[in-house]
Design a protein around this ligand. Structure first.
Ligand code: ADP
Length: 162
């Protein structure tokens, strides 16, 4: 049974994340999407909200499980008997960062592999921070996030500006 983990902030989930999830889910038996619970990053959406968004957008992928974690990623990976960490790369900067994290995680637990999937060019320019910036300014996020959560994100920003 190949269990993989796709960890991240997902604040919020974007179409780029979804593309990595659907491609990654084909490479393993179960893909755990693990939302990082780290207040130091001052997330805009709570872990519960982020889990709801991801659950909604991945409901048609049967082998996806959505959860959250805190502490060391390798500890979480080991606790759920996963064998690999999945991450996406959009640019050289992402590659530099993900490469060094992969090396470090390998040092922490030599049984855990990291798989890097190159971003789909049509989603390469998308990041959660850009989605938040655009939504906060009342811009159109239709090409950036799943239809099913656009309204919820827009509602969140409307609430804040009132
Ligand atoms: P983190 O704070 O852990 O980087 P993110 O939610 O920003 O969390 O990203 C999670 C993972 O998804 C990272 O590996 C990131 O490079 C990847 N990722 C983010 N946006 C995209 C995208 N548009 N296309 C492909 N991969 C992406």
């Amino acid at each position: 049974m190949r269990i993989w983990v796709y960890p991240g902030s997902f604040d919020p989930l974007t179409l780029g994340h979804e593309d990595i999830i659907s491609r990654g889910a084909k490479l393993c038996d179960t893909l755990h999407i693990a939302v990082l619970n780290n207040d130091a990053k001052s997330p805009m959406f709570s872990v519960a909200e982020r889990i709801d968004f991801i659950t909604e957008c991945t409901k048609d992928i049967p082998n996806v499980v959505v959860s959250s974690f805190d502490g060391l990623l390798v500890t979480y990976v080991k606790n759920i008997n996963a064998s690999a960490i999945l991450r996406g790369i959009r640019s050289n900067n992402d590659f530099e960062y993900e490469h060094s994290m992969a090396q470090l995680n390998k040092k922490l637990d030599s049984n855990i592999e990291t798989t890097l999937i190159c971003a789909n060019p049509i989603y390469q320019c998308i990041s959660s921070s850009r989605v938040k910036e655009i939504a906060a300014l009342g811009g159109d996020i239709e090409e950036l996030v799943n239809k099913s959560i656009q309204k919820k994100i827009k509602k969140y920003f409307n609430r804040r500006t009132k």
